[in-house]
Design a protein around this ligand. Structure first.
Ligand SMILES: Cc1ncc(COP(=O)(O)O)c(C=O)c1O
Length: 392
């Protein structure tokens, strides 16, 4: 039992030091030596699980708009394929995910050698960070951006250099470039950027990458790439297969609706990926995840439908926010960064108490994911209610 408690403590303590140990003896730390940087780490906040959250609200239902997932179930063929493959899970999965890499190679028109898969793209990003970090290195990335970037710098024992967004809350590529130092082994461009949904054009990104020193790796995180409407060809995948210091990270968690299965991938030159992959544990993509992703790739027309539906949701929500005079950043993704002002954390909490879960952001800004039509409507109704209660 004691061991269980200790494990809970280890997983949950955000700022713990020997002096702030809740209900545990100080000798704990003198016996088990946790790296100080890990001990101080504020873990990634994954929010409540869907089932758990839904159970709390019963008949009223919930609107789960905090995780930027696709709001409806995967394609029926994907569900059938998972069911069909379930009996084989006594075996380890294919460590090289050959079928998935070949299917992706066909879809993307590149060689399977230029693809590396992971347990969600966040796991690819973490493994890549481990491969690129170490004492005396630094990672440069925009901020605010995806919450795993600072955590990965800690895992990787690299120094974190955060570059503020520009006044329009877009990634400031010029400032990002100026922040690169001799010891910078990794620079990240998140495009569209999470949590702002802002976007830099392909031409702007290429212009930036052309100036980055060859000894610095550039990761272009395109987790939301399939939602981009601003230009027809937005991905930097074609560039990544040409340059040894550029990789693109993508995921099946968003438009494909497979967040629960944890499948992502990186695209780059084969020798680069072989090196990065050395920092990854084996078998991270499970066999059901692989089969689901392979099947999902067979339905590009449904991906297009989802893209259109998402844009409809964006138009509806951006319209509703404009009608209410609420400032937001026009989005190229499946979420919107909006300004609710100084009371934001309290408003987000009151929405949560009504079963409408959005992402806690800063003191004045927050993020809402695009949901189904009814979830989007519900968010606006609940927001109206919470704001009017606060006014009265
Ligand atoms: C910018 C960005 N990159 C990567 C990810 C990782 O997604 P996953 O690990 O589910 O592929 C996310 C998830 O929210 C994200 O927002």
């Amino acid at each position: 039992m004691t061991i269980g408690k200790r494990q809970t403590f280890l997983a949950g303590v955000p700022h713990g030091g020997p002096g702030s140990v809740r209900g545990f003896s100080l000798s704990f730390h003198s016996v088990v030596r946790i790296r100080a940087a890990i001990d101080r780490l504020v873990p990634y906040d994954g929010g409540p699980g869907f089932e758990e959250f839904a159970r709390r609200f019963g008949a009223r239902g919930i609107a789960m708009l905090a995780g930027n997932e696709y709001p409806t179930s995967p394609f029926p063929e994907v569900l059938e394929a998972i069911a069909g493959a379930a009996a084989g899970i006594n075996r380890y999965p294919d460590a090289d995910t050959v079928r998935l890499r070949e299917a992706l190679a066909g879809t993307l028109g590149i060689s399977a050698e230029c693809i590396w898969t992971g347990a969600g793209s966040s796991e690819n990003l973490t493994s890549a960070a481990r491969a690129l970090g170490g004492p005396g290195t630094s990672f440069v990335y925009p901020w605010p951006s995806f919450g795993m970037y600072p955590i990965n710098t800690v895992y990787a024992d690299a120094e974190s250099i955060q570059v503020p967004l520009d006044p329009d809350l877009r990634t400031d590529l010029e400032a990002l470039y100026r922040a690169i130092r001799d010891d910078t082994t990794l620079v990240i461009v998140c495009n569209p950027n999470n949590p702002t949904g802002s976007y830099v054009s392909r031409a702007e990104a290429i212009d930036f990458i052309d100036r980055v020193p060859a000894s610095t790796m550039v990761i272009v995180d395109e987790a939301y790439g399939e939602f981009v409407a601003a230009e027809e060809e937005s991905s930097l995948i074609p560039l990544a297969v040409q340059r040894p210091n550029v990789v693109v990270a993508r995921t099946f968690s968003k438009i494909y609706g497979l967040a629960g299965l944890r499948v992502g991938y990186m695209v780059g030159q084969a020798p680069t990926l072989r090196s990065l992959r050395k920092a990854q544990s084996p078998f991270v993509v499970g066999s059901l995840g692989e089969v689901a992703a392979v099947t999902a790739l067979r339905f590009p027309e449904r991906v297009r439908e989802r893209f259109e539906l998402n844009r409809q949701g964006v138009d509806d929500l951006e319209g509703a926010l404009s009608d209410r005079g609420i400032r937001y950043v026009p989005t190229q993704a499946n979420f919107i960064w909006l300004r609710l002002g100084p009371g934001t954390p309290g408003i987000v909490q009151e929405l949560l108490e009504r079963g409408t879960l959005i992402r806690q952001g800063t003191e004045e800004w927050t993020r809402v994911s695009i949901g189904t039509e009814s979830e989007n409507r519900r968010f606006i109704e609940d927001l109206d209610l919470v704001l009017s209660q606060r006014r009265s």
